[in-house]
Ligand binder design. Structure first.
Ligand code: NAG
Ligand code: NAG
Ligand code: NAG
Ligand code: NAG
Length: 304
C-alpha cells in the first residue's frame, strides 16, 4: 500500500490562517478537532489529514489553485521543509515495533527510511518542482506505513542556496550548541534545533543581538549560545556516526563570535578535510553569523 499526501498546493488555501506558509497535519485526528492551536509549538494550527490523503490515489487540485500556484512557482523556485513523525503507540495492538520500517518518497525522490523503533522526527529540505508535492509512504514489507504528524514549511527562495532543484536534502542532525531546544516562534521557519550536551564543552551565552546569515536565517537565540572546549583542551571535536553506507553527507557549521575581548581564530576539519579559508585560520565574525559548509557531498567507506 502506498498513499499520497498532497502538500504544496494547499498552502494557498491555508494562507489565511495565522502561520502563512505552514501546513501542519495531525494524522488520524478527528475532523471535529481539526484546526487546534498547539501550545507546545508557539500556537501553530494543526489540522486533520482528511482532506490531504487518499489511499492509493492521487488527489486532484482545484484548477484555480493549480494554475495560480504553478505560475507562482515558475517565477521563483521555492524551498520547502517537510517533517514527519511516526510514533508507534501500539496502534496495531501487537505491542512490537522493532522490525517496523517503511520508505518515504517526495515525488519521485527517495527521502528516507522511517525506522519506527527509533521514534524520531524525519525532516527534508527540497525545492518545489511542481505546483504540489506528494509525500508517498512505501510499504517495503516491514509493516503497514503510518504517520502521526506531517508538517510543511515554506522557506522561501533565499535559504539553503546549495540545494539544486533536483535534489532533496534529508536532515541527519541539527543542533543548538550551548543552548536548549528551539523551534517556532524563535525560528520563524519552525526548524527544530535540538540541544546537545558534551562533558568536554562548556556553555557560552550573550544577550546581545546577533545578525543571522541570510542564506540560513539561524534563530537569534541559537546564535546567542555557543559551546567552547573546557580546561586546557585546544580542540572542540565531535563524532556523529551513521550505519547506512549508501548515504552522502553535507555539513553546515554556523559560527558567530560574541566575545570582543579575545582574538578568536581556529582551523576546521571535517573527516580530516580542511574547511573554510584554505590559506589562513578561520575567524568567526563578531555579532554576526557566517556558515562554513563542506564542499559537495561526503560519503565514507567505513560509515564514519
Ligand atoms: C508491551 O511490551 C513491553 C516491552 O516489550 C512490555 O513491558 C509491556 O508489558 C507490553 N504491554 C502489553 C500491553 O502487552
Ligand atoms: C541536477 O541539476 C544540476 C544543475 O542543473 C545538474 O548539473 C545535475 O546533473 C542534475 N542531477 C541530476 C541527478 O539530475
Ligand atoms: C549547557 O546548556 C545545555 C542546554 O541548556 C544544558 O543542558 C547543559 O547542562 C549545559 N552544560 C553545562 C556544562 O552547563
Ligand atoms: C591546565 O594546564 C596547567 C599548566 O600545565 C595545569 O597546571 C592545570 O592543572 C591544567 N588544568 C586542567 C583543568 O587540566
Amino acid at each position: 500500500m502506498a498513499f499520497l499526501v498532497l502538500l504544496a498546493a494547499v498552502l494557498l488555501v491555508l494562507s489565511a490562517q495565522a502561520n502563512a506558509g505552514f501546513l501542519s497535519i495531525d494524522c488520524g485526528l478527528d475532523d471535529e478537532y481539526s484546526g487546534y492551536k498547539d501550545p507546545n509549538s508557539g500556537g501553530i494550527v494543526y489540522v486533520s489529514d482528511g482532506t490531504y490523503t487518499d489511499a492509493g490515489e492521487n488527489l486532484k487540485v482545484a484548477p484555480e489553485y493549480e494554475s495560480y500556484y504553478q505560475s507562482h512557482f515558475l517565477r521563483s523556485y521555492l524551498t520547502y521543509l517537510a517533517r514527519l513523525a511516526a510514533s508507534y503507540g501500539n496502534h496495531d495492538g501487537r505491542n512490537d515495533s522493532s522490525a517496523m520500517e517503511f520508505d518515504v518518497h517526495l515525488g519521485a525522490n527517495y527521502w528516507d527510511t522511517v525506522r519506527v523503533r527509533d521514534n524520531q522526527v524525519y525532516e527534508v529540505v527540497f525545492v518545489a518542482w511542481a505546483g504540489w508535492a506528494p509525500v508517498c509512504l512505501l510499504n517495503t514489507g516491514h509493516g503497514a506505513p503510518f504517520l502521526s504528524m506531517l508538517e510543511l514549511r515554506r522557506l522561501g527562495d533565499a535559504l539553503y542556496p546549495a540545494l539544486m532543484a533536483n535534489q532533496t536534502m534529508s536532515m541527519f542532525r541539527r543542533r543548538n550548541m550551548g543552548g536548549k531546544f528551539i523551534r517556532f516562534p524563535d525560528d520563524p521557519y519552525d526548524r527544530y534545533w535540538w540541544t546537545i550536551v558534551d562533558p568536554r564543552w562548556s556553555n557560552l551565552s550573550t544577550a546581545q543581538n546577533m545578525q543571522p546569515d541570510p542564506s540560513f536565517a539561524e534563530p537569534v537565540v541559537v546564535l546567542q549560545t555557543a559551546a567552547t572546549a573546557t580546561g586546557n583542551s585546544t580542540a572542540l571535536s565531535y563524532t556523529w556516526q551513521d550505519n547506512r553506507p549508501a548515504y552522502s553527507f553535507m555539513v553546515f557549521l554556523h559560527f558567530a563570535d560574541f566575545q570582543s575581548a579575545q582574538l578568536r581564530e581556529f582551523d576546521i576539519y571535517f573527516n580530516g578535510n580542511r574547511l573554510g579559508p584554505s590559506d589562513k585560520p578561520y575567524r568567526p565574525p563578531y555579532l554576526a553569523s557566517s556558515t562554513v559548509c563542506s564542499f559537495g557531498w561526503y560519503r565514507a567507506t567505513d560509515g564514519n
